[in-house]
Design a protein around this ligand. Structure first.
Ligand code: ADP
Ligand code: MG
Length: 394
């Protein structure tokens, strides 16, 4: 089998899917897609490791849609993912893929949304369900979801989901599917928990890895800047202005920082909104939609929004605080530089953070350059070279 499939046509996809992909603006499969799709179409299990932004949703979405029997009204594919945001996003991408397949119904079920709405949607007999683990189990217990005829089960962001303590739920879900169900796992890392679940539920799974380097690696120019306390607010504004940025995510570690920074940015005339765990679901969706549609420019968020969220064209990610875990550094900056676009990442560090930063550099194998701000408010490298010049060059 060859890895080097360069067109969707070579994957023998149906005209309806090819047409939908065209409509979505995708001209050729990403590496994870050209590796995963043939295996899944052949019915095989897959355990795939790939960094964010490599197109995993379509990698499992396309074969699932192609293998469905629309005549069967049972749920045939279940996709389990860790957060509601991701659930909604996967649902949206799959709906775009079935644009020309009116016979396929997709339902998303996640915590925080009124259960009645989901019950009504489930009565329409979807063949594909996208769900967070807790709510899925709820429905299974109520009898509104039955997985006894599932052909494919996908665990998306498996490492994250298992790390969040969903292992029992995931087992319960997989136990409710037939023993010969195709089990497909996608993960940024192959953690112990991921390997355990793979061992227990997969059969002869093909391991697919897309390395976080080379042409796949999102092009993200990364910088750190000594700045702490209140200075960070001014420096954020200065960089946004100097580089003329209009689509930015700022990550903070605490809700209180998110709230305060959002207020200050608004007062400074920046169109800003925020996401954190205390914001009700309905409003979170509204904020995400608003950001996706460009109704405001700066999204301030805690790590709630860090994982999986797909917004195109994010120009820059700011780490207002360094994340507590190295892995989160990657998740956060993975919001920019998606699908081969280039991106920028700025991390504010205190002198004490320098050791952490070195650790992050080692862990993530990234090149993070230290910058400063000159008296004209221009971000410059240690050499004095302006960032605007540097970025023009590559
Ligand atoms: P991951 O789950 O690996 O983080 P996503 O599935 O969210 O990645 O895809 C990342 C981005 O790339 C999305 O905006 C998606 O629409 C886009 N994308 C997916 N497949 C392709 C493709 N074949 N060509 C161009 N863009 C794609
Ligand atoms: Mg994904």
């Amino acid at each position: 089998m060859t890895d080097s499939v360069s067109s969707f046509e070579e994957l023998n996809l149906s005209p309806e899917i090819i047409k939908a992909l065209g409509k979505m603006g995708f001209s050729s499969p990403t590496p994870i897609q050209s590796k995963t799709i043939p295996i899944m179409l052949g019915g095989g299990d897959v355990i795939a490791k790939a960094p964010t932004g490599t197109g995993k949703t379509c990698a499992f979405g396309i074969p699932i849609i192609e293998c469905l029997d629309p005549g069967i009204t049972d749920i045939q594919a279940v996709i389990v993912c860790p957060t509601r945001e991701l659930c909604i996003q996967i649902g949206d991408e799959l709906r775009a893929l079935v644009k020309y397949r009116p016979d396929i119904r997709i339902v998303t079920v996640y915590g925080g949304q009124p259960i009645n709405r989901q019950l009504t949607a489930l009565k329409r007999k979807p063949q594909i369900v996208v769900a967070t683990p807790g709510r899925l189990i709820d429905h299974m217990n109520r009898g509104s979801i039955w997985l006894g005829n599932v052909y494919t089960a996908v665990l998306d962001e498996a490492d994250e989901m298992l790390k969040m303590g969903f292992i029992r739920d995931v087992r319960k879900i997989l136990n409710a599917t037939p023993a010969d169900t195709q089990v497909v796992m996608f993960s940024a890392t192959f953690s112990r928990e991921v390997m355990d679940v793979a061992w227990e539920y997969q059969h002869n799974a093909v391991e697919v890895t897309v390395a976080a380097e080379g042409e796949n690696r999102p092009k993200i120019a990364q910088f750190s800047l000594l700045s702490s306390g209140e200075r960070r607010f001014k420096d954020t504004l200065t960089i946004i202005k100097a580089l003329d940025l209009h689509r930015v995510i700022v990550f903070c570690n605490m809700k209180s920082t998110v709230r305060r920074l959002t207020e200050r940015l608004k007062r400074a005339g920046c169109s800003t909104d925020c996401l954190h765990g205390d914001i009700p679901q309905v409003q979170r969706n509204r904020v995400m939609d608003g950001f996706r549609e460009g109704r405001f420019e700066v999204l301030v968020a805690t790590d709630v929004a860090a994982r999986g969220i797909d917004v195109d064209d994010v120009e820059a990610v700011f780490n207002y605080d360094l994340p507590d875990e190295n892995e989160y550094y990657l998740h956060r900056i993975g919001r920019t530089g998606r699908a081969k676009r280039r991106g920028l990442a700025f991390s504010f560090i205190t002198p004490d953070d320098r050791y952490r930063m070195r650790d992050i550099i080692k862990y993530t194998c990234s090149d993070i350059k230290e910058i400063g701000l000159n008296e004209d408010g221009q971000p410059v490298l240690k050499s004095g070279e302006r960032l605007t010049e540097l970025l023009r060059k590559d």
